[in-house]
Design a protein around this ligand. Structure first.
Ligand SMILES: Cc1cc2nc3c(=O)[nH]c(=O)nc-3n(C[C@H](O)[C@H](O)[C@H](O)COP(=O)(O)OP(=O)(O)OC[C@H]3O[C@@H](n4cnc5c(N)ncnc54)[C@H](O)[C@@H]3O)c2cc1C
Length: 385
Protein backbone atom coordinates (compact mmCIF):
# COMPACT_ATOMS: atom_id res chain seq x y z
CA UNK A 1 0.00 0.00 0.00
CA UNK A 2 2.73 2.46 1.03
CA UNK A 3 4.47 2.06 -2.34
CA UNK A 4 1.40 3.02 -4.40
CA UNK A 5 1.80 6.36 -6.18
CA UNK A 6 -0.68 8.89 -4.87
CA UNK A 7 -2.36 11.45 -7.09
CA UNK A 8 -3.01 15.15 -6.62
CA UNK A 9 -5.12 17.47 -8.73
CA UNK A 10 -4.24 21.14 -8.40
CA UNK A 11 -6.73 23.81 -9.51
CA UNK A 12 -4.85 26.89 -10.73
CA UNK A 13 -1.41 27.33 -12.28
CA UNK A 14 -0.30 30.55 -10.61
CA UNK A 15 2.83 30.68 -8.46
CA UNK A 16 1.14 28.63 -5.71
CA UNK A 17 -0.17 25.89 -8.01
CA UNK A 18 3.06 25.47 -9.97
CA UNK A 19 5.26 25.48 -6.85
CA UNK A 20 2.98 22.93 -5.18
CA UNK A 21 3.12 20.71 -8.27
CA UNK A 22 6.91 20.87 -8.15
CA UNK A 23 7.04 20.10 -4.42
CA UNK A 24 4.71 17.09 -4.76
CA UNK A 25 6.41 15.67 -7.85
CA UNK A 26 9.72 15.75 -5.99
CA UNK A 27 8.19 13.62 -3.25
CA UNK A 28 6.74 11.02 -5.62
CA UNK A 29 3.17 12.23 -6.26
CA UNK A 30 1.45 11.97 -9.63
CA UNK A 31 0.29 15.52 -10.27
CA UNK A 32 -2.09 17.24 -12.69
CA UNK A 33 -2.77 20.97 -12.72
CA UNK A 34 -5.81 22.51 -14.45
CA UNK A 35 -5.65 26.17 -15.40
CA UNK A 36 -8.62 28.06 -16.82
CA UNK A 37 -6.49 30.49 -18.79
CA UNK A 38 -5.26 29.43 -22.24
CA UNK A 39 -1.75 30.67 -21.48
CA UNK A 40 0.63 30.52 -18.55
CA UNK A 41 1.95 34.01 -18.96
CA UNK A 42 0.75 36.15 -16.05
CA UNK A 43 0.34 39.90 -16.32
CA UNK A 44 3.54 41.51 -17.46
CA UNK A 45 4.75 43.03 -14.22
CA UNK A 46 7.49 42.33 -11.71
CA UNK A 47 7.47 40.83 -8.25
CA UNK A 48 9.85 40.90 -5.29
CA UNK A 49 10.64 37.78 -3.30
CA UNK A 50 11.96 38.02 0.25
CA UNK A 51 14.43 35.52 1.72
CA UNK A 52 11.65 33.23 3.01
CA UNK A 53 10.39 32.75 -0.56
CA UNK A 54 13.95 32.21 -1.82
CA UNK A 55 14.55 29.56 0.85
CA UNK A 56 11.39 27.79 -0.34
CA UNK A 57 12.66 27.92 -3.94
CA UNK A 58 15.94 26.46 -2.67
CA UNK A 59 13.97 23.57 -1.11
CA UNK A 60 12.33 23.06 -4.51
CA UNK A 61 15.79 22.75 -6.10
CA UNK A 62 15.33 26.00 -8.01
CA UNK A 63 17.70 28.40 -6.27
CA UNK A 64 20.21 28.61 -9.14
CA UNK A 65 17.54 29.17 -11.79
CA UNK A 66 15.86 31.80 -9.62
CA UNK A 67 19.11 33.64 -8.92
CA UNK A 68 19.94 33.63 -12.63
CA UNK A 69 16.56 35.15 -13.55
CA UNK A 70 16.35 37.78 -10.78
CA UNK A 71 18.28 40.70 -9.30
CA UNK A 72 19.20 41.31 -5.66
CA UNK A 73 17.74 44.63 -4.59
CA UNK A 74 18.20 46.99 -1.69
CA UNK A 75 15.80 49.82 -1.15
CA UNK A 76 14.84 52.92 0.70
CA UNK A 77 11.72 54.58 2.03
CA UNK A 78 11.34 58.15 0.83
CA UNK A 79 8.91 60.98 1.26
CA UNK A 80 7.32 62.10 -2.00
CA UNK A 81 10.15 64.54 -2.70
CA UNK A 82 12.78 61.83 -2.62
CA UNK A 83 14.20 62.50 0.86
CA UNK A 84 15.39 59.18 2.26
CA UNK A 85 13.66 58.18 5.51
CA UNK A 86 15.20 54.72 5.96
CA UNK A 87 17.12 52.25 3.85
CA UNK A 88 18.48 48.71 3.69
CA UNK A 89 21.09 47.16 1.43
CA UNK A 90 20.92 43.76 -0.22
CA UNK A 91 24.03 42.78 1.79
CA UNK A 92 22.26 43.59 5.08
CA UNK A 93 19.41 41.34 4.03
CA UNK A 94 21.70 38.53 2.92
CA UNK A 95 23.55 38.70 6.21
CA UNK A 96 20.44 38.64 8.38
CA UNK A 97 18.12 36.39 6.37
CA UNK A 98 20.45 34.24 4.28
CA UNK A 99 19.29 35.82 1.00
CA UNK A 100 18.70 39.37 -0.21
CA UNK A 101 15.33 40.61 -1.41
CA UNK A 102 15.20 39.71 -5.13
CA UNK A 103 13.19 41.17 -8.00
CA UNK A 104 12.05 39.12 -10.99
CA UNK A 105 9.68 39.49 -13.93
CA UNK A 106 6.52 37.50 -13.07
CA UNK A 107 6.61 35.62 -16.35
CA UNK A 108 10.21 34.50 -15.63
CA UNK A 109 9.18 33.12 -12.22
CA UNK A 110 6.20 31.31 -13.77
CA UNK A 111 8.40 29.92 -16.55
CA UNK A 112 11.06 28.60 -14.23
CA UNK A 113 8.46 26.87 -12.05
CA UNK A 114 6.65 25.42 -15.08
CA UNK A 115 9.91 24.25 -16.70
CA UNK A 116 10.69 22.27 -13.54
CA UNK A 117 7.58 20.05 -13.96
CA UNK A 118 7.23 16.80 -15.89
CA UNK A 119 5.71 17.24 -19.34
CA UNK A 120 1.91 17.19 -19.54
CA UNK A 121 1.50 18.25 -15.91
CA UNK A 122 -0.31 21.50 -16.63
CA UNK A 123 -3.54 21.47 -18.67
CA UNK A 124 -4.37 24.93 -19.99
CA UNK A 125 -7.87 26.14 -20.86
CA UNK A 126 -9.52 23.82 -18.33
CA UNK A 127 -11.67 25.54 -15.74
CA UNK A 128 -12.90 23.78 -12.61
CA UNK A 129 -16.63 24.50 -12.38
CA UNK A 130 -17.59 22.24 -9.51
CA UNK A 131 -15.82 20.29 -6.82
CA UNK A 132 -17.01 17.27 -4.83
CA UNK A 133 -15.28 15.23 -2.14
CA UNK A 134 -15.76 11.52 -1.50
CA UNK A 135 -14.23 9.11 1.07
CA UNK A 136 -11.29 8.39 -1.27
CA UNK A 137 -10.47 11.79 -2.67
CA UNK A 138 -12.08 14.52 -4.69
CA UNK A 139 -13.57 15.04 -8.13
CA UNK A 140 -13.37 18.25 -10.11
CA UNK A 141 -15.92 18.90 -12.86
CA UNK A 142 -14.49 20.83 -15.80
CA UNK A 143 -15.82 23.35 -18.28
CA UNK A 144 -15.32 20.88 -21.15
CA UNK A 145 -17.86 18.50 -19.59
CA UNK A 146 -15.22 16.09 -18.31
CA UNK A 147 -14.13 15.46 -14.77
CA UNK A 148 -10.91 14.46 -12.98
CA UNK A 149 -10.53 12.47 -9.77
CA UNK A 150 -7.51 12.40 -7.43
CA UNK A 151 -6.57 11.27 -3.92
CA UNK A 152 -6.02 14.91 -3.03
CA UNK A 153 -7.47 18.11 -4.52
CA UNK A 154 -5.58 21.34 -3.91
CA UNK A 155 -7.17 24.72 -4.48
CA UNK A 156 -4.48 27.05 -5.80
CA UNK A 157 -7.15 29.07 -7.55
CA UNK A 158 -6.50 32.46 -6.04
CA UNK A 159 -8.59 35.15 -4.42
CA UNK A 160 -12.03 33.92 -5.52
CA UNK A 161 -11.24 30.23 -5.14
CA UNK A 162 -13.91 27.69 -6.07
CA UNK A 163 -12.27 25.06 -3.83
CA UNK A 164 -12.28 27.49 -0.89
CA UNK A 165 -15.98 28.01 -1.41
CA UNK A 166 -16.50 24.32 -0.60
CA UNK A 167 -13.92 24.06 2.21
CA UNK A 168 -14.36 27.39 4.01
CA UNK A 169 -17.43 29.02 2.49
CA UNK A 170 -16.70 32.51 3.72
CA UNK A 171 -18.19 34.38 0.78
CA UNK A 172 -16.68 37.28 -1.10
CA UNK A 173 -13.24 38.73 -0.31
CA UNK A 174 -12.87 42.08 1.54
CA UNK A 175 -12.40 45.18 -0.59
CA UNK A 176 -9.62 47.41 0.75
CA UNK A 177 -10.71 50.69 -0.82
CA UNK A 178 -7.23 50.91 -2.36
CA UNK A 179 -6.41 50.70 -6.06
CA UNK A 180 -3.01 49.50 -7.29
CA UNK A 181 -1.39 50.23 -10.64
CA UNK A 182 1.53 48.12 -11.85
CA UNK A 183 3.78 48.26 -14.91
CA UNK A 184 7.20 47.51 -16.32
CA UNK A 185 9.09 50.01 -18.47
CA UNK A 186 12.57 50.19 -19.98
CA UNK A 187 15.05 52.20 -17.94
CA UNK A 188 16.10 53.83 -21.23
CA UNK A 189 17.83 57.14 -20.66
CA UNK A 190 16.82 57.41 -17.01
CA UNK A 191 19.86 57.60 -14.74
CA UNK A 192 19.74 54.68 -12.25
CA UNK A 193 21.65 56.81 -9.72
CA UNK A 194 18.87 59.38 -9.81
CA UNK A 195 15.90 57.05 -9.34
CA UNK A 196 14.42 56.76 -5.83
CA UNK A 197 14.57 52.92 -5.70
CA UNK A 198 12.29 51.47 -3.05
CA UNK A 199 9.09 53.17 -1.96
CA UNK A 200 8.01 56.79 -1.73
CA UNK A 201 5.09 57.64 0.55
CA UNK A 202 2.82 60.69 0.74
CA UNK A 203 -0.84 61.89 0.59
CA UNK A 204 -2.18 58.39 1.26
CA UNK A 205 -0.35 57.15 -1.85
CA UNK A 206 2.69 54.96 -2.41
CA UNK A 207 4.97 54.80 -5.45
CA UNK A 208 7.45 51.91 -5.57
CA UNK A 209 10.15 51.06 -8.10
CA UNK A 210 12.61 48.18 -8.35
CA UNK A 211 15.11 47.21 -11.06
CA UNK A 212 14.48 44.08 -13.11
CA UNK A 213 17.01 42.16 -15.22
CA UNK A 214 17.35 43.33 -18.82
CA UNK A 215 17.38 47.07 -18.09
CA UNK A 216 13.75 47.19 -16.95
CA UNK A 217 12.03 49.01 -14.10
CA UNK A 218 9.05 47.49 -12.30
CA UNK A 219 6.90 50.17 -10.73
CA UNK A 220 3.70 50.14 -8.73
CA UNK A 221 1.50 52.78 -7.20
CA UNK A 222 -1.33 52.57 -4.69
CA UNK A 223 -3.98 55.14 -3.88
CA UNK A 224 -7.34 55.30 -2.14
CA UNK A 225 -10.24 54.51 -4.51
CA UNK A 226 -11.84 57.81 -3.55
CA UNK A 227 -8.97 59.58 -5.27
CA UNK A 228 -10.12 57.98 -8.52
CA UNK A 229 -13.86 58.53 -8.22
CA UNK A 230 -13.85 61.92 -9.86
CA UNK A 231 -11.86 60.62 -12.81
CA UNK A 232 -14.56 58.28 -14.09
CA UNK A 233 -13.33 56.25 -17.03
CA UNK A 234 -9.63 56.84 -16.41
CA UNK A 235 -6.61 56.51 -18.61
CA UNK A 236 -4.22 55.11 -16.04
CA UNK A 237 -1.08 56.75 -17.36
CA UNK A 238 -2.72 60.17 -17.43
CA UNK A 239 -4.03 59.63 -13.93
CA UNK A 240 -0.62 58.48 -12.64
CA UNK A 241 1.02 61.56 -14.16
CA UNK A 242 -1.56 63.78 -12.46
CA UNK A 243 -1.38 62.11 -9.06
CA UNK A 244 2.42 62.02 -8.88
CA UNK A 245 3.07 65.30 -10.66
CA UNK A 246 4.52 67.08 -7.63
CA UNK A 247 6.55 64.09 -6.42
CA UNK A 248 10.26 63.41 -7.09
CA UNK A 249 10.72 64.12 -10.85
CA UNK A 250 12.18 60.66 -11.46
CA UNK A 251 8.72 59.22 -10.73
CA UNK A 252 7.28 61.26 -13.56
CA UNK A 253 10.15 60.06 -15.76
CA UNK A 254 9.33 56.42 -15.07
CA UNK A 255 5.61 56.92 -15.78
CA UNK A 256 6.43 58.75 -19.03
CA UNK A 257 8.63 55.82 -20.08
CA UNK A 258 5.61 53.48 -19.76
CA UNK A 259 3.00 52.82 -22.45
CA UNK A 260 -0.54 53.37 -21.17
CA UNK A 261 -1.64 49.88 -22.29
CA UNK A 262 1.18 48.35 -20.21
CA UNK A 263 -0.31 49.63 -16.95
CA UNK A 264 -2.64 47.29 -15.14
CA UNK A 265 -4.84 48.61 -12.38
CA UNK A 266 -7.37 47.10 -10.02
CA UNK A 267 -8.71 47.29 -6.49
CA UNK A 268 -6.92 45.28 -3.81
CA UNK A 269 -8.67 42.62 -1.71
CA UNK A 270 -7.88 40.27 1.13
CA UNK A 271 -9.83 37.99 3.47
CA UNK A 272 -10.19 37.76 7.21
CA UNK A 273 -7.75 34.99 8.16
CA UNK A 274 -9.13 31.56 9.05
CA UNK A 275 -7.24 28.86 10.94
CA UNK A 276 -8.79 25.90 9.08
CA UNK A 277 -8.91 25.57 5.30
CA UNK A 278 -8.68 21.81 4.69
CA UNK A 279 -11.16 18.95 4.42
CA UNK A 280 -10.59 15.20 4.37
CA UNK A 281 -8.95 15.06 0.91
CA UNK A 282 -8.68 18.70 -0.05
CA UNK A 283 -6.79 21.79 0.97
CA UNK A 284 -5.74 25.26 -0.18
CA UNK A 285 -2.45 27.01 -0.94
CA UNK A 286 -1.46 30.60 -1.76
CA UNK A 287 -4.08 33.31 -2.21
CA UNK A 288 -6.87 30.73 -2.10
CA UNK A 289 -5.87 30.06 1.53
CA UNK A 290 -4.72 33.48 2.75
CA UNK A 291 -5.07 36.37 0.32
CA UNK A 292 -3.32 39.45 1.65
CA UNK A 293 -2.85 43.07 0.68
CA UNK A 294 0.54 43.51 -1.00
CA UNK A 295 2.04 46.04 1.42
CA UNK A 296 4.54 43.56 2.91
CA UNK A 297 5.29 42.02 -0.52
CA UNK A 298 4.68 38.55 0.91
CA UNK A 299 1.81 36.88 -1.00
CA UNK A 300 3.98 34.88 -3.38
CA UNK A 301 6.63 34.20 -0.73
CA UNK A 302 3.99 32.69 1.54
CA UNK A 303 2.58 30.67 -1.37
CA UNK A 304 6.04 29.19 -2.01
CA UNK A 305 6.34 28.33 1.68
CA UNK A 306 2.91 26.64 1.57
CA UNK A 307 4.07 24.39 -1.28
CA UNK A 308 7.08 23.14 0.68
CA UNK A 309 5.15 22.77 3.96
CA UNK A 310 2.35 20.80 2.29
CA UNK A 311 4.76 18.36 0.60
CA UNK A 312 6.69 17.95 3.88
CA UNK A 313 3.52 17.18 5.85
CA UNK A 314 2.33 14.64 3.27
CA UNK A 315 5.76 12.98 3.20
CA UNK A 316 5.82 12.68 6.99
CA UNK A 317 2.33 11.18 7.36
CA UNK A 318 0.75 8.68 4.93
CA UNK A 319 -2.74 9.55 6.19
CA UNK A 320 -3.77 12.44 3.95
CA UNK A 321 -6.36 13.89 6.31
CA UNK A 322 -4.07 14.11 9.32
CA UNK A 323 -1.19 15.31 7.13
CA UNK A 324 -3.43 18.15 5.92
CA UNK A 325 -4.17 19.04 9.52
CA UNK A 326 -0.42 19.23 10.27
CA UNK A 327 0.12 21.38 7.19
CA UNK A 328 -2.64 23.75 8.25
CA UNK A 329 -1.29 23.97 11.80
CA UNK A 330 2.16 24.78 10.43
CA UNK A 331 0.89 27.49 8.09
CA UNK A 332 -2.41 29.04 9.15
CA UNK A 333 -1.36 30.90 12.34
CA UNK A 334 1.75 32.28 10.63
CA UNK A 335 0.00 33.41 7.46
CA UNK A 336 -2.78 34.96 9.57
CA UNK A 337 -0.15 37.18 11.17
CA UNK A 338 1.18 38.19 7.75
CA UNK A 339 -2.36 38.96 6.48
CA UNK A 340 -2.95 41.18 9.53
CA UNK A 341 0.47 42.84 9.24
CA UNK A 342 -0.18 43.59 5.56
CA UNK A 343 -3.52 45.16 6.42
CA UNK A 344 -1.93 47.30 9.14
CA UNK A 345 0.70 48.49 6.69
CA UNK A 346 -2.06 49.26 4.15
CA UNK A 347 -3.88 51.48 6.61
CA UNK A 348 -0.66 53.41 7.23
CA UNK A 349 -0.04 53.72 3.50
CA UNK A 350 -3.49 55.14 2.77
CA UNK A 351 -3.36 57.65 5.64
CA UNK A 352 -4.41 61.04 4.34
CA UNK A 353 -4.38 63.23 7.45
CA UNK A 354 -1.28 65.44 7.11
CA UNK A 355 -0.42 65.35 10.84
CA UNK A 356 -0.56 61.56 10.89
CA UNK A 357 1.59 61.37 7.76
CA UNK A 358 4.13 63.66 9.43
CA UNK A 359 4.14 61.45 12.49
CA UNK A 360 4.64 58.36 10.34
CA UNK A 361 7.54 59.96 8.49
CA UNK A 362 9.32 60.90 11.67
CA UNK A 363 8.70 57.45 13.12
CA UNK A 364 10.13 55.78 10.01
CA UNK A 365 13.19 58.02 9.97
CA UNK A 366 13.84 57.77 13.72
CA UNK A 367 13.14 54.07 14.22
CA UNK A 368 16.44 52.30 14.91
CA UNK A 369 17.37 49.83 12.14
CA UNK A 370 17.46 46.99 14.68
CA UNK A 371 13.81 47.55 15.53
CA UNK A 372 12.74 47.61 11.88
CA UNK A 373 14.58 44.35 11.32
CA UNK A 374 13.04 42.79 14.41
CA UNK A 375 9.59 43.35 12.89
CA UNK A 376 10.73 41.74 9.64
CA UNK A 377 12.36 38.80 11.44
CA UNK A 378 9.01 37.26 12.23
CA UNK A 379 7.89 37.31 8.61
CA UNK A 380 11.12 36.70 6.71
CA UNK A 381 12.71 34.37 9.27
CA UNK A 382 16.12 35.30 10.66
CA UNK A 383 19.00 32.95 9.92
CA UNK A 384 20.91 31.92 13.06
CA UNK A 385 24.52 32.99 12.79
C1 LIG B 1 -0.34 44.86 -6.68
C2 LIG B 1 0.23 43.57 -6.15
C3 LIG B 1 1.60 43.46 -5.91
C4 LIG B 1 2.12 42.30 -5.35
N1 LIG B 1 3.47 42.22 -5.12
C5 LIG B 1 3.99 41.12 -4.53
C6 LIG B 1 5.39 41.04 -4.26
O1 LIG B 1 6.17 41.93 -4.59
N2 LIG B 1 5.86 39.92 -3.64
C7 LIG B 1 5.03 38.88 -3.28
O2 LIG B 1 5.51 37.89 -2.70
N3 LIG B 1 3.70 38.93 -3.56
C8 LIG B 1 3.17 40.01 -4.17
N4 LIG B 1 1.84 40.06 -4.47
C9 LIG B 1 0.98 38.91 -4.14
C10 LIG B 1 1.14 37.81 -5.16
O3 LIG B 1 0.97 38.33 -6.46
C11 LIG B 1 0.09 36.73 -4.91
O4 LIG B 1 0.04 36.40 -3.55
C12 LIG B 1 0.45 35.48 -5.70
O5 LIG B 1 0.56 35.76 -7.06
C13 LIG B 1 -0.66 34.44 -5.47
O6 LIG B 1 -0.44 33.35 -6.30
P1 LIG B 1 -1.56 32.22 -6.41
O7 LIG B 1 -0.99 31.21 -7.32
O8 LIG B 1 -1.99 31.82 -5.05
O9 LIG B 1 -2.83 32.94 -7.04
P2 LIG B 1 -3.05 33.51 -8.51
O10 LIG B 1 -1.83 34.17 -9.02
O11 LIG B 1 -4.30 34.31 -8.45
O12 LIG B 1 -3.28 32.23 -9.40
C14 LIG B 1 -4.49 31.53 -9.39
C15 LIG B 1 -4.61 30.78 -10.70
O13 LIG B 1 -5.76 29.96 -10.65
C16 LIG B 1 -6.46 30.06 -11.88
N5 LIG B 1 -7.85 29.73 -11.59
C17 LIG B 1 -8.74 30.41 -10.82
N6 LIG B 1 -9.92 29.78 -10.77
C18 LIG B 1 -9.78 28.66 -11.52
C19 LIG B 1 -10.68 27.59 -11.84
N7 LIG B 1 -11.93 27.55 -11.37
N8 LIG B 1 -10.22 26.59 -12.63
C20 LIG B 1 -8.95 26.61 -13.11
N9 LIG B 1 -8.07 27.61 -12.85
C21 LIG B 1 -8.48 28.61 -12.05
C22 LIG B 1 -6.24 31.51 -12.31
O14 LIG B 1 -6.44 31.68 -13.69
C23 LIG B 1 -4.79 31.72 -11.89
O15 LIG B 1 -3.89 31.36 -12.91
C24 LIG B 1 1.28 41.21 -5.05
C25 LIG B 1 -0.09 41.30 -5.31
C26 LIG B 1 -0.61 42.46 -5.86
C27 LIG B 1 -2.10 42.53 -6.13
Amino acid sequence: MASQQRSALIVGAGIAGLATARALQRTGWKVHVVERSGTLQPMGTGITIWANGTRALERLGLLGAFQDASLPVGGSSHDQFGNVLASFSSDDMRHRYGHPLRAIHRSDLTTLLNDSLYVNTVHLGLQAVKFRRDPHGGTVMLNNGGNMHADLVIGADGLRSLVRHDLVGDGAPRASGITAMRAVCPIGDLDPEWLPWGESWGNGEVFGMVPLPGGLVYWYATMPNAALAQDGDVLWRTLALQRFDSWHPAIRGVILATKSQDIMAHELFDRKPVLAWSGSHATLVGDAAHPMLPFLGQGAGQALEDAVALADALAADWNITSALRSYEQARAPHTAKVVKGSRKMASMAREQKPWKQKLQRSMISMLPQALVYRQLDDVVGRVKS
